[in-house]
Design a protein around this ligand. Structure first.
Ligand SMILES: Cc1cc2nc3c(=O)[nH]c(=O)nc-3n(C[C@H](O)[C@H](O)[C@H](O)COP(=O)(O)OP(=O)(O)OC[C@H]3O[C@@H](n4cnc5c(N)ncnc54)[C@H](O)[C@@H]3O)c2cc1C
Length: 407
């Protein structure tokens, strides 16, 4: 039997970040369990088809746990501008980092790059044990601790168990924590392409009634594609020939970046919206996609998860420093209160945006186009929205803060 103070199930971007934050400020013993073995160093000869738009707040988190330099050395692609437009009208929104005297709005980063850099960092902490690949078989909760039985019959106990195991969370299911939400009648087709015209480090997003199409800038003139559409159309796009796909993409993007010169493999991901009622239970907390999953239209999913991890880490470190029990209800409640309302607000806003752009009613179309153009001409409102998109509003954990004049 192995005994730990904290066991984190899931060493994805959120779980691994949480472990690094806790290990860098405490000597609590921490185990991180994942079903998948740690990644090999990613090749730079190709891009990962899964990328994330990483906000300034998340960049700060990576800097504070000393993984940003590794991520940057592997590959990051800055975006300094966002250009959003409505395919069914003249509505345009344009966010420029120069308006805030900032060099970038954020970075597009391959998921495998972040995962690899975090996994390398995990290895440097003496108080972290990585158990991967490993499968959890059974979870037993009692008053003082949680007992995990692994498939190889190892037994692990922890005062606190954190579920960071993604949207289909095993921990959440074992703990009988209910989720509320629905499957969107949309799926995201993802790939990366080289375009005829340069992307100019702009994140381009065209809203169509079937869903948004995003071109996210990568290095060397490549762009990552996230095309949200009906599940049938997404599968059709996945299965069509490369020539047909390039043509369809060029038309759907209104030829904004010209011809599509090359295209990588294509993947399809179903899109869901849900949130849990309770982020915590005695001796247990959920973070990231295990607690909430949103539409990728504003690239906020993992950023919200990293904010959860930062809030939970600060809550636990504060408790540890004042000799409080890290798994007591008041401590865990602080984390839940901190993150639940913020996450819900962002989720409802994203769901509203998705529905607003999905509507073909002429009155809604006119209102949204007028609204977009009005906002575009109101610098004060735009600056608030930019700061929000950079993750620099709300109650930030100290792990998400650096000396930025925006804070
Ligand atoms: C098409 C698309 C585009 C997106 N773009 C963006 C974006 O631009 N910006 C953004 O912020 N977000 C984006 N997101 C959302 C983002 O990908 C997720 O929010 C993020 O991956 C969640 O991270 P996580 O660590 O919570 O979960 P995951 O990334 O799902 O990681 C979960 C980890 O747990 C492990 N695991 C699973 N089950 C078990 C188990 N039973 N036992 C042990 N380990 C287990 C997995 O192997 C994995 O390592 C996008 C999502 C999609 C679908």
């Amino acid at each position: 039997m192995s005994q730990f103070d904290i066991v984190i199930v899931g060493s994805g971007m959120v779980g691994a970040t949480l472990a690094c934050m806790l290990a860098s400020e405490t000597d609590l013993s921490i185990a991180v369990i994942d079903t998948v073995a740690p990644l090999e160093q990613p090749s730079t000869a190709s891009f990962d088809i899964r990328v994330s738009a990483i906000t300034r707040a998340s960049e700060n988190i990576f800097k504070n746990i000393a993984v940003w330099e590794t991520i940057k050395a592997l590959r990051v692609s800055p975006y300094r501008d966002m250009h959003v437009w409505d395919a069914k009208g003249n509505g345009v929104l344009h966010f420029d980092s120069a308006d805030l005297a900032e060099p970038t709005l954020g970075h597009i980063i391959e998921n495998r790059v972040m995962q690899y850099a975090l996994q390398q960092r995990l290895k440097t902490f003496e108080n972290i044990t990585v158990i991967a690949p490993a499968c959890c078989k059974k979870m037993i909760e009692n008053d003082e601790q949680i007992v995990l039985l692994l498939e190889d019959d190892k037994v692990i106990t922890a005062s606190l168990l954190v579920g960071a195991d993604g949207s289909r969370s095993w921990v959440r299911q074992q703990a009988n924590i209910m989720v509320r939400g629905w499957d969107y009648d949309q799926a995201a087709l993802v790939t990366y392409v080289k375009t005829e015209k340069p992307h100019q480090e702009i994140a381009w997003q065209r809203f169509m009634p079937t869903g948004p199409l995003a071109f996210l800038p990568l290095t060397e003139g490549y762009s990552s594609i996230v095309w949200s559409t009906t599940p049938e159309h997404a599968n059709e796009l996945k299965n069509m020939s490369e020539a047909e796909f390039k043509k369809a993409l060029c038309i759907a993007s209104d030829n904004t970046l010209g011809e599509i010169l090359s295209c990588a493999e294509r993947g399809v991901f179903p899109l869901r919206f849900f949130a849990v009622d309770n982020y915590i239970k005695p001796n247990l907390a959920l973070v990231g996609d295990a607690a909430h999953t949103i539409h990728p239209l504003a690239g906020q999913g993992v950023n919200l998860g990293l904010a959860d991890a930062a809030a939970l880490a600060q809550t636990l470190v504060d408790a540890y420093n004042s000799a409080k029990s890290i798994h007591s209800k008041p401590v865990l409640r602080r984390y839940e209160r901190w993150r639940k309302a913020d996450n819900l607000a962002m989720m409802v806003a994203m769901d509203g945006l998705k529905n607003m752009f999905g509507s073909e009613l002429s009155v809604v179309r006119e209102l949204r186009n007028t609204g977009m153009n009005m906002i575009n001409n109101l610098p004060v409102v735009k600056n608030i929205l930019i700061k929000q998109a950079m993750g620099l509003t709300g109650d930030l954990s100290r792990f998400a803060s650096l000396d930025s004049h925006l804070n």
